[in-house]
Ligand binder design. Structure first.
Ligand SMILES: [Fe+2]
Ligand SMILES: [Fe+2]
Length: 166
């Protein structure tokens, strides 16, 4: 990250900030379509795309933030957040199981709109579960690394124990 040339960083930051604005404008546009629509499924999908576009805008904002502040990437996450994440991962897993059971229901299999919406949920929950699990594993690895660094430090300190500046 920090090996980026200054011009490359400036170019990417301005590109990402521009895309963030574009996604927000698009989100407003799609929300209008949602508000104008009558069919509940059309309304829902338009609203979902609108909310996803806000999310996309935040992804672009975050990319420009970490290019401008590369040190933030190595910021260590708190125990509390990691514990919460573990609970969320379990929650997502339960949702996936519930939805898979629903899809086995004969009444739902015969109802195309319900099946469509349940499959939409299932795709999202699988994505949430995968994203949270991947991120959790990366964060845990970082902690292990940091703990090793701490042990290295303790070992070094004990070796130089009692010497000036040690
Ligand atoms: Fe988008
Ligand atoms: Fe979810």
């Amino acid at each position: 990250m920090s090996s980026y040339k200054f011009e490359d960083r400036r170019r990417l930051v301005s590109y990402f900030k521009n895309e963030a604005k574009r996604e927000i404008n698009y989100s407003d546009d799609v929300r209008k379509t949602s508000n104008n629509s009558i069919n509940p499924i059309v309304k829902l999908i338009m609203e979902a795309v609108s909310q996803d576009s806000i999310k996309h805008s935040k992804i672009y904002e975050t990319m420009s933030l970490i290019i401008e502040n590369p040190q933030l990437i190595t910021e260590k996450e708190s125990e509390m957040v990691l514990d919460d994440m573990k609970r969320h991962i379990e929650n997502e897993k339960e949702s996936i199981e519930e939805l898979n059971n629903l899809l086995k229901d004969k009444a739902i299999q015969d109802d195309k709109p319900l099946k469509f919406l349940i499959e939409m949920l299932l795709r999202d929950e699988k994505l949430h579960h995968a994203m949270l699990s991947d991120l959790y594993n990366i964060l845990i690895k970082n902690i292990t690394l940091t703990e090793r660094d701490i042990w290295d430090q303790i070992w070094k300190d004990s070796m130089y124990h009692g010497t000036p500046g040690g």
